[in-house]
Design a protein around this ligand. Sequence first.
Ligand code: RB5
Length: 152
Amino acid sequence: MGFIIIASDHGGFELKQNIIKFLEKVYTSYTIIDVGVYNENSVDYPDICYNLICKYNLMKKNNQQDIFCIVICGTGIGVSISCNKFKNIRCALCHNKYTAEMAKKHNNANVIAMGGRILNIETAIDIINTFINTQYEGGRHQKRLDKIALFF
Ligand code: RB5
C-alpha cells in the first residue's frame, strides 16, 4: 500500500493522463493522487511543482510511508530544476529504463521527472515499472545523499 502523487503542466498533460490510466489498472495497491493540471491550458511549471511538493511534504509530515512523485512537463527539464529547489527532494529526470534504475539504486529519488514531448507511453511505463521494482542500495550512496542534504 503506497501513494503516487502525479502532476504535469500542459506539456505533460497527455502523458500524465495515460500514465494515470496505466497506474490505476496495474498498481492497484497504490493510491494515485493527481494534483493537476486537469486540462491543456498553458500554465507555469514552477506552480505545478510547488503544489506537488507541498502535497508530498504534507503527507510525509503525517507519517505516510512509501510515497513517490511523478512530474511531467514538455522536456522534464523545467520540472526537475524546480523540484530540486526544495529541501529533501531528489528529483531525477528519467529518459529510459537505465536512468530510472539508477535514480532509485544510487540516488534514492523521491520524484521522477519525465518529458511529455519526448517519451511515448511505453517508455514512460518502462521507467515507472523499473523505478518501483528497484531497491535503493544505500551504503556508499547514503554518504553522498547526506552531503546533498547539507546544501540546504
Ligand atoms: C512549456 O511550453 C515547456 O516549456 C515546459 O513544459 C517544459 O518543457 C519546460 O522545461
